[in-house]
Design a protein. Structure first.
Length: 132
């Protein structure tokens, strides 16, 4: 199980700070986690959210909702990323897009004029199309 090797510092403003792995007992695995409550005392609930010393922040078994701006270097998802507002990016890479609209349902995205672009090491450089 987890060992207690860190600390919590309460700030005067009502916020707090968490020190992870103060004595290195967790090696490369120290993290801060939030778990759900359980009906049985002494049992550990479902992991909801974790932050590691390597800056990895994870939301487990659910979704991350941001009601305001999110500024980050990268976002990785194994499922869908959706937005109700505008999404801004200097570079956007879409992989494995179909190169023909044949058989695609309305609203699907495909790329027209697909070709390799050796100057940028990108594949499928073409015009992004939407099936209407």
């Amino acid at each position: 199980g987890d060992k207690v090797a860190g600390g919590i510092i309460q700030k005067g403003s009502g916020s707090f700070e968490i020190l992870l792995d103060a004595d290195s007992t967790q090696g490369s695995k120290p993290h801060f986690g939030i778990r759900s409550n359980t009906a049985i005392p002494g049992t550990i609930g479902t992991k909801l959210f974790t932050v590691s010393e390597s800056f990895e922040t994870r939301v487990h078994n659910g979704g991350l909702k941001a009601d305001n701006y999110v500024t980050t270097t990268n976002i990785t998802a194994s499922g869908n990323i959706s937005a109700s507002g505008q999404v801004y990016a200097n570079t956007l890479q879409l992989n494995n897009l179909p190169t023909s609209p044949t058989g695609l349902p309305t609203g699907s995205v495909w790329v027209s004029g697909s070709k390799n672009n050796t100057s940028t090491n990108n594949v499928n450089c073409g015009t992004l199309m939407i099936v209407i």
